[in-house]
Unconditional design. Sequence first.
Length: 205
Amino acid sequence: MSRTCTYFVTNASPWAYLGHAAFIEIAARHGLSIDYLPIPLLRLFPETGGLPAPRRHPVRQRYRLIELQRWSARRGIRLNIKPRFVPFDVTRLDRTVIAILQSGTDPDRFMRAAWAAIWSEDRDLANPDVIAEIAGRTGIAPECVATASAPETEAAYEANLQAALAAGVFGAPSYVLDGELFWGQDRLDLLNEALTSGRPPYRAE
C-alpha cells in the first residue's frame, strides 16, 4: 500500500531547493505519495520560536552561509548564497504552487525552475511577470498564475499554516511521515532509512 509524506515547503527556502530533487528521488524509489503543502514561513516562525535569517545573530548568519556552500557542493546544485532579490515576498509564488496543485497538476517542474531562478539566475520572483514566464516555460496553465490571488488559494495557504502548526512543524522544508517529523533537507537520509526499514514512527510521548 502506498504511503504518503506531507511536504511542508516554501519557495523562499534555499534549503528546500537543495533538498527537493533528492526528496523526489526518495519518494519515487519507495513509491511514496507526496502531499505538497506550501506554507507562509514568516508567519510560522513567531508561533514556534523561529527567526528569519536576517534577524538571527551574526554568528548564526555566517554559519548558515558556510552550510549553504557545503550542501550546494554535496548536492551538486549551483547556488548563489547572496542573491540580489532575497529576501522577497514569497506569498504570490507559494500561492501559485497551491493553484497548480488545485488544478491537479504536479508542481515539481515549476518549483525547480522557480528555485533556480531565485538562487542561480538572480531573478525577482516577487514579480508576477517573472512567475508567469516560468509557469509558461514549464507547461503550467495561465489560470494557475491568475488564481494565485483568489480567495480559495488564500484560504488554502492559511489552512496549510494551521496544518503545519498541528504537525509540530517549525521550519521548511519539513517532511512528515506517519506523524513523524523530519526537519530540514539534511534529514533526508533518515527519512530514507525510515522508509527502507519500515520501522514504526518515533514519538516524543
